[in-house]
Design a protein around this ligand. Structure first.
Ligand code: IMP
Ligand code: MG
Length: 371
């Protein structure tokens, strides 16, 4: 996955699950080195630390107790500086070794609160462990005993951390990034829905480039290239060309495209593997897919349209109703999986494809403008 959108902001892949796991192992090693001869009480600061604490505790192989408290001082992407009360401590802390587990220390306001609160708790010792730390913003003269990963002063989400409530469920860390200026889109819809027509119109309207994998294959087939002959053996049966062939071909095409305001992908990706490959390909360019725009038209209308087109287009796959049905079947069974893939990224848009060509362009443009 590359760039995601949460509320109004964009975030890009930043710290992998693997790196997080490694940092936690390191933290556990240090903490257990200091605490293994007693039974420390680990206190997670909610909400952000829940994932970190769960993974930390799983790695910690000595006696310990775990508790959680709530003490939030944050709203949106800026520290509000507001101070709140601590909720949830029921244990007697007197004489205990307490290790605070924080997801992130930013300005240190929260940390200061923690020190204030624990001042009169008569603990044996209070230690602070934080998974993430922003040294450039930290303004306090307060000790932090264990630091997982130091990061620059940029807002992050994922692995328990949120942006206004969203993003906690991401298993890796994403970092805030400017809104992408290039708008790449996927144009979807079953065969005969008018993708080609609409792609041409959008292309002209927004100065986009249009990549139709179908067109590329047909061009190869016409020139009878090696790839063309291979592709033909699948297409003639109304089947999809295998992923590795398609992805390889697409990479060459995308890297040769002239500069534009974005790419319209038409007929690609068709499988989840291709969608992932596309995300990776775009990520290398610092770009992403803005949306999957699907033109929706009832099947009965489409079959009639396709048979009509087959009379003049000469496309073997447009002339036979069985082949057409096979393509619909392929479309709905395989391609619809992608709907789910993009829906989870809030990037799926269904567009009513019944009506005048210009009306449909308008509906597509309305969605495109908001990406
Ligand atoms: P501090 O009091 O400024 O150190 O901020 C601590 C709290 O701010 C953390 O517990 C988080 O809830 C929140 N916070 C600070 N930086 C980030 C960030 O980059 N992403 C998400 N939350 C953050
Ligand atoms: Mg926190």
């Amino acid at each position: 996955m590359s760039i995601i959108k949460l509320h109004d902001k964009y975030f890009k892949t930043y710290i992998s699950e693997k790196k997080i796991a490694k940092a936690i192992k390191q933290l556990v090693k240090q903490v257990s080195g200091d605490c293994k001869d007693e039974t420390p009480l680990f206190i997670g600061i909610l909400n952000g630390s829940f994932m970190f604490v769960a993974d930390f505790i799983r790695e910690y192989n000595y006696n310990c107790e775990v508790s959680f408290v709530k003490l939030a001082s944050y709203q949106g992407t800026n520290s509000s500086g507001k101070i709140k009360q601590l909720v949830g401590i029921n244990e007697n802390l007197e004489g205990r070794t307490v290790v605070i587990l924080e997801d992130i220390i930013d300005t240190g306001n929260t940390l200061q609160e923690i020190y204030e609160i624990f001042k009169d708790k008569k603990v044996k010792q209070l230690k602070i462990a934080t998974l993430f730390f922003k040294p450039d913003v930290f303004k306090k003269e307060l000790p932090i005993d264990y630091i997982g990963i130091a990061i620059p002063d940029k807002f992050i989400v994922g692995y328990g951390l949120d942006y206004d409530g969203l993003g906690r469920n991401l298993s890796s860390i994403y970092q805030i990034t400017p809104k992408p200026t290039i708008k790449n889109i996927l144009l979807f819809g079953p065969p005969g829905v008018g993708k080609g027509t609409q792609a041409d119109l959008l292309k002209a309207k927004y100065n986009l480039t249009h990549v139709s994998t179908g067109d590329v294959f047909r061009s190869h087939m016409k020139r009878e290239t090696k790839l063309g002959i291979l592709a033909k053996s699948y297409i003639d049966k109304g089947n999809l060309v295998p992923d590795d062939v398609t992805i390889k071909m697409l990479k060459t095409v995308v890297n040769k495209l002239p500069a534009s305001n974005g790419i319209i992908f038409d007929g690609f990706p068709r499988t989840k593997a291709q969608a992932i490959a596309l995300d990776e390909l775009l990520e290398e360019k610092g770009e992403t897919i803005g949306g999957m725009l699907t033109i929706e038209v009832p099947t009965s209308l489409l079959i009639a349209r396709l048979l009509e087109r087959g009379k003049t287009s000469g496309r073997s796959d447009d002339q036979d109703e069985n082949k057409i049905l096979n393509r619909f079947n392929e479309y709905y069974t395989k391609t619809e999986i992608l709907k789910e893939y993009y829906q989870t990224q809030n990037k799926y848009f269904g567009i009513d494809g019944v009506g005048e060509i210009s009306e449909i362009t308008k509906r597509l443009s309305d969605v495109f403008n908001k990406l």
